[in-house]
Ligand binder design. Sequence first.
Ligand code: BHK
Ligand code: ZN
Length: 424
Amino acid sequence: MRHYIAVFALLAAVYCEEVFNGDQVLRIHAESKKHIQILKELERDVDFGLDFWTNVVSTELPVDIRVPHARLYAIKNFLKENNIPFTVMINNVKELLDREREEMVHNAEMERKTKSFNFAAYHDLDTIYNFMDTLVANHSNLISKVNIGSTYENRHMYVLKFSTGGEKKPAIWIDAGVHAREWISHATAVWLADRIATDFKENRTPVPSILSQMDIYLMIVANPDGYVFTHRSLSEFYRFWRKSRSATSNPKCHGVDLNRNWDAEFGGPGASDDPCAEDYRGPSAQSEIEVKNIANFITDHGNFKSFMTLHSYKQLLMYPYGYVGTDAPDRTELHDVATQASKALNSWHGTVYKVGSIFHTIEQASGASVDWAYLRGIKYSFAFELRDTGEYGFLLPADQIVSTARETWFALRYIMQYVCDHPY
Ligand code: BHK
Ligand code: ZN
């Protein structure tokens, strides 16, 4: 009988984990070094099954953790026992997930019926790739699609090249979707592609003038394998995937953090050597084919003047360094440009972005792409953390896509114009 109960309890636990109903995201406000230490221990222990949406850094920054329903009671108690204050940021993750999924299904049906593309919706990889083909076909005088290689799971990696002609003109790089679960970055990049194309076609400033001086390379999905994985099923395990999908030295844990795998102080503090960690840096710099493809493309091109990467969430506009706290040589100028760009962004809907170096606004991070770009002489290197500040986190409702993209465009276009006006 006792065994029977034990088996039943186990089944119930497994069942609950599969259903995922009742997962919450807690926002934790550490108030002391001791609190930070306790939270760091929680973070290191992957077996707790907690999903850290933001990392434990300092008492200045809240920590958002998605807690599986089965652990909720224990974790809340644990926090209370240790006097660590927290609030419930998302009351039921499943509700938001269900809504997101329903909207996508409904939208796909609408798009099929009306044969149109809805920018206010999230899309899977195939749909984004089809969108790119249509855009290229409709703007063939401006846009071409460059295949820069294949992923670990053998998917194509595409970059959209916006060019009015000329050989290896100075160029601007923008990527999105490095982290698979940050869906607003892909969706923003989709909107941006269309905006750049239509602004050029309709001769709207400053796009034609920017494109007369520079080419723009836009990579909408920098981590296709991860992105496909986030669409695999309703389960949180998939939807909140961050890394690549490659095999690691630990058969239980897949994937490398593509923003810790670059040849920029690789292996230094600010990344993990544990394959099960969310910020696993990989076995060696550029071990990941996705990073290698992009790095080779940028190096072979040789004339990039600006490198920008779109992430979410936190509403930040950051510049190097991430790997160290000392100022980058161009810190003053980069801070100025970022401040002006964030003002431009703010002018649209009033969305507030903070500005600073990666190290000082988020945390120490080694092997990050912006540091790599900057260390290789691409001075105007920036990383965006798009909306929101935590109300929805990675589950930003689709009705915020267009406003997010539009305000981001204000910042991007300020930076692009600045880069054109400050040749080096
Ligand atoms: C952004 C750029 C460079 C280094 C770090 C970051 C912060 C970013 C990360 O790679 O951990 C945070 C994040 O994904 C959530 O978007
Ligand atoms: Zn990210």
